[in-house]
Design a binder for this molecule. Sequence first.
Ligand code: GTP
Ligand code: MG
Length: 213
Amino acid sequence: MDYRSSEALAGSEAPVGPRSEDTLPSSVSAAVKVVIVGGFGVGKTTMVGSVSEIRPLTTEETMTQAGVGVDDIAGVERKTETTVAMDFGRISLNDQLVLYLFGTPGQERFWFLWDGLFEGALGAVVLIDTRRLEVSFDAVGRLEERAVPFVVAINAFPHAPVYPMSELRAAMDLPDSVPMVDCDARDRGSSRDTLLTLVRYLHSLTTVTPETP
Ligand SMILES: Nc1nc2c(ncn2[C@@H]2O[C@H](COP(=O)(O)OP(=O)(O)OP(=O)(O)O)[C@@H](O)[C@H]2O)c(=O)[nH]1
Ligand SMILES: [Mg+2]
């Protein structure tokens, strides 16, 4: 697993000042803001952490008794930490294009932060867990309201039921134009492929189809 947590790095003897991987190559000509969204525990922090080439910023806090009766943890009872503000990471897809990744908090009590995080986003990845599809419905609704284009990534959890994509698409009421992909948020390559799917989709939306006379 290519996941680097802030905690692991905080204890290491990091040199002072920017590291070489923190500075952008001068060839970069486009930066795109992308949000990673979805319900509680679908793997947003994991995806930002696995794919980021810089040390990801995370705002994870330990889940405490205070959340009992407030937070819906059905299906993810073993989860011990949750994002309380945002995740942040960066990935260069090629010499020219860099994506800034913002992971949203999944707990309903923090959803008021979503609007700020969506500001200026050119696209989004909606992560879904097939055991709990409904937890990502609100994220899809908010993106549609704000006309932020998105792709849906089916995150592979153990023992999660496997459904044909057409059934998932119907269950989520997604138009055929919205790309759906399988992914494993823990895997850098798989997360990167998901982001590439999003970028290709965004590109296709900007390609003007000539009108037939
Ligand atoms: N098997 C498997 N486990 C995963 C995958 N992605 C995430 N996990 C695990 O699922 C748990 C939740 O992942 P997070 O990345 O914290 O989920 P999140 O969406 O950021 O959660 P919130 O911020 O609390 O909404 C963690 O224990 C991860 O290790 C995956 O693709 N496969
Ligand atoms: Mg998180």
